[in-house]
Design a protein around this ligand. Structure first.
Ligand code: GRF
Length: 205
């Protein structure tokens, strides 16, 4: 079976990238990382794939006159490495509509809250401030809104009275590392069907 080729976009730490790589290495996820692209040359994420036969590319926003040409350069890297699914793993930029329609239905993101609660930056701090008793994470397809795309998987974690944004982020991150490879696996198996803004997960064949 051909493995779905992933193009992973990461700006920072790369712990989700690591979880995806680990799942592939352990054969829990039947996919292949075609390229890791970062807009940040210092991103620790880039180091995570060192020593593996995985291409990396740095595409810095400052080297392009506008957002459009920056995104064209990112798309060119994705195409060069035959990426079928674009996986946002801590990519700290909002993608424009042309990029999104170019990869329509083929861009995934993970967000550290139970969407539609707490979209945008600092979702864990938002949850603490609001005083919710439960938060979690969401894997979703990306549309033009801010964390508004069709939801693929969600999982909840408790919010404890003495939680800080850091302790909550840690608890959520553990779940992210299980959920993201699982959602990518479902995509790779052709099990995710869009019906309006609902994602139907079909049974494993
Ligand atoms: C994660 O919390 C993810 O939910 C959010 O950005 C963070 C990325 O962390 N989108 P990492 O770079 O994967 O460690």
């Amino acid at each position: 079976m051909n493995r779905t080729v992933l193009g992973i976009l990461a700006s920072g730490r790369g712990s989700n990238l690591q979880a995806i790589l680990d799942a592939i290495l352990a054969e829990r996820l039947k996919a292949k990382i075609g390229v890791v692209i970062s807009d940040n040359p210092a991103a620790p994420a880039l180091k995570r794939v060192k020593g593996f036969d995985i291409a990396t590319a740095v595409v810095e926003r400052q080297n392009y006159p506008d957002k459009h040409s920056f995104e064209q350069a990112v798309a060119a890297e994705l195409n060069l490495h035959h990426a079928e699914l674009v996986v946002l793993a801590g990519f700290m930029r909002i993608l424009g509509s042309e990029f999104i329609s170019r990869f329509s239905g083929r861009i995934m993101n993970i967000h550290p809250s139970l969407l539609p609660a707490f979209p945008g930056l600092d979702a864990q701090a938002q949850a603490i401030r609001y005083g919710v008793k439960v938060s979690g994470c969401t894997v979703h397809f990306v549309d033009e809104g801010m964390d508004t795309g069709p939801i693929i998987l969600q999982e909840a974690v408790p919010v404890l009275d003495d939680d800080t944004e850091h302790s909550l982020a840690e608890r959520i991150l553990h779940v992210e590392h299980v959920l993201y490879p699982r959602a990518i696996g479902m995509y790779a198996e052709g099990r995710l069907q869009l019906s309006g803004r609902k994602v139907i997960i079909t049974e494993k064949r």
